[in-house]
Design a protein around this ligand. Structure first.
Ligand code: GCO
Ligand code: MN
Ligand code: MN
Length: 388
C-alpha cells in the first residue's frame, strides 16, 4: 500500500488563488488571512506539489510599479527554486477589475478589448519569465445577464480575433505556449459564452492556429451545466485537445463550490482518474479548489493534502480494477468482439457496404441480451468501498 504522498512525476499543481483563498463569499467577508506567497510555495513544496499556477495579479498587484513588480517576481523565483516548485501554467485576471464588468475580449467597448489584449500580453511575458508552458483562458466575464445589447455574434468574433492575435504574439516572442480554453456555463455572468467543453472544441476549429489551442475542462463547470465530466474529458482526449485539467468537485444544482477533489462525486471521480490513467494523460493535474469557508489555515493544508490523497487512492483503485479477474471477466462479456464484422464496419467500401446489407441479423436476440452492467457497476462500488 502506498503512502499516498505526491511525487513530482504526478504533476500535481495548485493555483496561488486556491490555497490562498481567504474564504470570502457574496454574503460575507474573509474568514482567513491571506498568507505570504513565499510561505505558500514552501508549504506546497512540503506536500510534494510539482507546480504552482497563477494569474498575473495573484502575484503582482494591478497597480504595482515596474520596480515593485521586479522585486516581487525576484522574491517569488527565489521561493520556487528554494522549494523545487515550478510554474507550469499562467493566466490573466480579466474578471476582477471593474473595467471588465461587461467582458474583456468580448466587451462592446473597443478600449476595454484593447486593454484586455495589453494586459494579457504583459501577463504572458510574466508567465514566460517564470517558465510557464501552458496559458489558460477562462472567460469568466465574457458573457451577459441580459441580451439587450444583442452582441453575441460580435462577441464571438472579438473572442476569435483576440485569440488569433495572442497566438501570433506567442509565436513572435518565441514563447511556445499551448493555450487552453476553460469553459464554464455561468458564474460570475448569468450566461458565459462558450459554456461547455463541446462548445470550446467547436470554436477552436475556427481559429487561425487551431493546433496551438486546446481545452482546460473543470469538474465543477461541466457539473454545474448538468453534464458528465468524464464524457467531456473523453471528447477532449479524443480530439487531442486535453492540454490541462482543473480538478475539484461540485454538487449539482448549487452555486460554484470548488470542493476538494473527490469530496462529492466519488464514483465519477474514479471514472475520471481511470480515463486519465488508461489514456496516459501526461499534462498537469491542477486542483482548482478551495478549502471550505469554515476552515482556518490548518484546514487549508488538510484540504490540499486531501485532494492529493484522494487522487492517488483513486489511481490505486483503477489499477486494482484493471487487475481484478471478476471485473475483467464481466467486462470481456460486455464487449462483444467480432473481428470479421469489425473489419466490415470500420471503414466504408462498396464491398463492405454490400456485405453488411446482405448480413443476416437476429434482431430479437440482440434486444434480449442482458448487458451485465448492474454487476459491473456493483463490483465497482464494492471496490471503491474497499471490500474487494
Ligand atoms: C472559476 C475558474 C477559475 C479559473 C482561473 C484560471 O470558476 O473561478 O475555475 O478558477 O480556473 O481563473 O483561469
Ligand atoms: Mn471554477
Ligand atoms: Mn478553473
Amino acid at each position: 500500500m502506498s503512502s499516498y504522498t505526491a511525487k513530482p512525476e504526478d504533476k500535481f499543481t495548485f493555483g496561488l488563488w486556491t490555497v490562498n483563498n481567504p474564504g470570502r463569499d457574496p454574503f460575507g467577508g474573509p474568514t482567513r488571512h491571506v498568507l505570504p506567497i513565499p510561505y505558500v510555495v514552501e508549504k506546497l513544496g512540503q506536500l510534494g506539489v510539482w507546480g504552482v499556477n497563477l494569474h498575473d495579479n495573484d502575484l503582482v498587484p494591478i497597480d504595482a510599479t515596474a520596480a515593485e513588480r521586479d522585486a516581487i517576481v525576484k522574491e517569488f523565483k527565489q521561493a520556487l527554486s528554494d522549494n523545487n516548485v515550478i510554474v507550469p501554467m499562467a493566466t490573466t485576471n480579466l474578471f476582477s477589475d471593474p473595467a471588465f464588468k461587461d467582458g474583456a475580449f468580448t466587451s462592446a467597448d473597443a478600449r476595454v478589448r484593447a486593454y484586455a489584449l495589453q494586459k494579457t500580453m504583459e501577463s504572458m511575458d510574466l508567465g514566460a519569465e517564470l517558465g510557464a508552458k501552458i496559458y489558460v483562458f477562462w472567460g469568466g466575464r465574457e458573457g451577459s445577464e441580459v441580451d439587450a445589447g444583442s452582441k453575441t455574434m460580435d462577441a464571438l468574433g472579438h473572442f476569435r480575433d483576440s485569440l488569433n492575435f495572442l497566438c501570433e504574439y506567442s509565436k513572435d516572442q518565441g514563447y511556445d505556449y499551448k493555450f487552453a480554453l476553460e469553459p464554464k456555463p455561468n458564474e460570475p455572468r448569468a450566461d458565459i459564452y462558450l459554456p461547455t467543453v463541446g462548445s470550446a472544441l467547436g470554436f477552436i476549429a475556427t481559429l487561425d492556429n487551431p493546433e496551438m489551442v486546446g481545452v482546460n475542462p473543470e469538474v465543477a463547470h461541466e457539473t454545474i451545466a448538468g453534464l458528465s465530466f468524464p464524457h467531456a474529458v473523453a471528447q477532449a482526449l479524443d480530439a487531442g485537445k486535453l492540454f490541462h485539467i482543473d480538478l475539484n468537485d461540485q454538487k449539482i444544482g448549487r452555486f460554484d463550490q470548488d470542493l476538494r477533489f473527490g469530496a462529492e462525486n466519488l464514483k465519477m471521480c474514479f471514472h475520471l482518474v481511470k480515463l486519465l490513467l488508461d489514456n496516459t494523460y501526461s499534462g498537469p493535474k491542477h486542483f482548482d479548489a478551495h478549502a471550505l469557508r469554515t476552515e482556518d489555515e490548518a484546514g487549508v493544508w488538510a484540504f490540499a493534502k486531501g485532494c492529493i490523497r484522494t487522487y492517488l487512492i483513486l489511481e490505486e483503485k483503477v489499477r486494482q480494477y484493471n487487475a481484478d479477474p471478476e471485473i475483467q471477466a464481466a467486462l470481456s462479456e460486455y464487449f462483444v468482439r467480432d473481428a470479421a464484422l469489425e473489419g466490415l464496419s470500420k471503414k466504408y467500401s462498396p464491398a463492405n457496404a454490400a456485405a453488411l446489407k446482405a448480413m443476416p441479423v437476429d434482431r430479437l436476440a440482440l434486444g434480449a441480451r442482458g448487458m451485465g452492467l448492474e454487476k459491473i457497476d456493483q463490483l465497482t462500488v464494492e471496490l471503491l468501498y474497499g471490500i474487494r
